[in-house]
Design a protein around this ligand. Structure first.
Ligand SMILES: [Zn+2]
Length: 91
């Protein structure tokens, strides 16, 4: 991973509010492999701290995705991995 501003690889972990807004999104209709269930929504979330996170928008209809919609990041255990996902919220 790289810094999005200067391409530095000198990165560090920082705490986050896990809150932000949808910066951009796309609905995937054609699965890259048969294991993917479509449609699903890929989003870039702009977190309140200013960082961006590429993830999936879950627990909503794909037509609910909107730039600027408020989301929270939730974590789901996927066996060996714990992955972040975005979920719409009303603040
Ligand atoms: Zn940088």
């Amino acid at each position: 991973m790289l810094c999005a501003v200067c391409c530095s690889t000198d990165l560090a972990w920082e705490p986050s509010s896990r809150r932000g807004t949808i910066y951009s999104w796309a609905t995937v209709w054609r699965p890259p492999t048969p294991e993917f269930v479509v449609p699903y929504v890929v989003v870039i979330v702009e977190l309140d701290e200013g960082w961006h996170l590429l993830t999936n928008l879950i627990a909503c209809d794909p037509s609910d995705a909107r730039v600027g919609a408020e989301v929270e990041i939730v974590f789901h255990d996927r066996g060996d991995l714990t992955l972040p996902y975005a979920r719409l919220v009303n603040r």
